[in-house]
Design a protein around this ligand. Sequence first.
Ligand SMILES: Cc1cc2nc3c(=O)[nH]c(=O)nc-3n(C[C@H](O)[C@H](O)[C@H](O)COP(=O)(O)O)c2cc1C
Length: 210
Amino acid sequence: MKNIADIRTEYSRETLSEKSVSPNPFFQFEKWFHEALSAEVPEPNAMAFATSVNGRPSARIVLLKGYDSRGFVFYTNTESKKGVQLASNPFAAMTFFWHPLERQVRIEGRIEKVSEEESDAYYRSRPLGSRIGAWASPQSREISREELDNKYAEYKEKFEGNEPNRPPYWGGYRLVPDMLEFWQGRPSRLHDRILYLLEGEKWVISRLAP
Ligand SMILES: Cc1cc2nc3c(=O)[nH]c(=O)nc-3n(C[C@H](O)[C@H](O)[C@H](O)COP(=O)(O)O)c2cc1C
């Protein structure tokens, strides 16, 4: 069996420079996201999402469901562990890893809730099973499999013939960034790291040591 300490990959696909990136980090994200889609990166919208309370971080994978110049949106149960943490500390971080492209994107900033209308619109777009699942699952609370399956069956019956409405404890969060970093793997661990920092209204670009 391979020794874990011997697992390593040499990266050499591409380069990234201060001059080649867009002056606008949202455009740069869009470019890279489209390239991840074209390269058929599996679940390119999956990212590690980190919250923190009292100096104790907590991270999990969630799916990005939208982005524009306002920020980066995902959906969840607002009473989950992450929801409770965000209520007490709205600062959070997102990290994407697009392995086939040898790329990482890190985003940090402040979280706000998306509008009720936006959450409703996304909730309505989800498959019926997921809409019922949002009712059935008190996310991050202890539960038995039996209880979960029973709750799902109960809500399925309750909504028979009706469109389920969005649960009051389920909705979207938008991360409004003040920092983005685009990482492109390079040989000998001399990777390219291009940082965008928001200073006032202006994005300032610099390079970080790998
Ligand atoms: C690929 C993948 C995608 C996921 N997407 C979401 C998501 O969009 N929203 C969500 O609430 N949980 C998502 N989860 C589940 C979370 O990782 C996590 O288990 C859940 O949100 C509870 O986290 P919490 O206890 O920290 O609140 C996803 C998990 C995986 C592996």
